[in-house]
Write a protein that binds this ligand. Structure first.
Ligand code: 13P
Length: 256
């Protein structure tokens, strides 16, 4: 049996507090009946919008942060810790997004430290991995993704499959309109699945949700989530549009 589907909207650097509150309120009214009971729905607004998004949102929609620092406190100007996120009521946190790796020089080691800090504080990491177009051209995409994943999960232990989410986001597909085909995505998800089974044993590893991200839209979501190891999506641009985001949730809930 496939694990429960998971849909997350990564708003990146979009929507301030007021706009986030308006969106969450509208989401409350527009979610198809029972959808958020059958699917995990998560929104990741910018840090400063988290408190505003928390209040008016549907009770069964969870919030994610887009990043975290690995220390709990100290002289680290500008950083936000996992314990601070937990205090706000944040349940998930994206780590290792390719934009952080690219623009903020985030390394595999940092992704591992952040993953451990989140788990230590009871927040579920959404760990992003994905190759660049050069890697795919060179045929090294599988080893690149395997290395990113095993580095991120070094010394990580989980008690159940829901404590961790993986997002496969090929860099060449993000914000380009150039979505991976369901077959391309599934091939990589199978490799990720085997790595998870090796790390956590088959019982847990076979049930950790693996999301696909990169130019997901209302037309391509159906074909993607039909694949055995694609358990949902991490959605950028399209998640900013309430109607399209709802449409995606509706389409996935019809797969249940
Ligand atoms: P797009 O859906 O805009 O391609 O972004 C994907 C992404 O980066 C989600 O984290």
């Amino acid at each position: 049996m496939k694990p429960r589907y998971f849909v997350a909207g990564n708003w990146k650097l979009n929507k301030g507090a007021a706009e986030s509150a308006t969106f969450m309120k509208a989401l409350s009214g527009a979610l198809p009946a029972g959808a958020a009971r059958d699917i995990d729905v998560v929104i990741a607004p910018p840090f400063t919008s988290l408190p505003a998004a928390l209040g008016p949102g549907p009770k069964d929609v969870s919030l994610a942060a887009q990043d975290v620092f690995w220390e709990d406190r100290g002289a680290f100007t500008g950083e936000v810790s996992a314990s601070m996120l937990r205090e706000l009521g944040v349940r998930y946190c994206i780590v290792g997004h390719s934009e952080r790796r690219l623009y903020f020089q985030e390394t595999d080691r940092m992704v591992n430290l952040k993953t451990c800090a989140l788990l230590r504080n009871g927040i579920r990491p959404i760990v992003c991995v994905g190759e660049r177009s050069d890697d795919r051209r060179a045929g090294t995409m599988q080893s690149v993704v395997k290395f990113q994943l095993s580095s991120a999960l070094f010394d990580v232990s989980i008690k159940g499959p829901d404590e961790l989410v993986i997002a496969y986001e090929p860099v060449w597909a993000i914000g380009t309109g150039n979505v991976a085909t369901p077959r391309q995505a599934e091939d990589m998800h199978e490799i990720i699945r085997r790595t998870l089974e090796k790390c956590f044993g088959v019982d847990i590893g076979s049930r950790v949700r693996i999301l696909y991200g990169g130019s997901v839209n209302t037309d391509n979501i159906g074909g993607l989530v039909d694949m055995d190891n694609i358990n949902g999506a991490l959605i950028g641009g399209v998640s900013l549009d309430l109607d399209k985001f709802i449409r995606i949730i509706t389409l996935i809930s019809q797969k249940e």
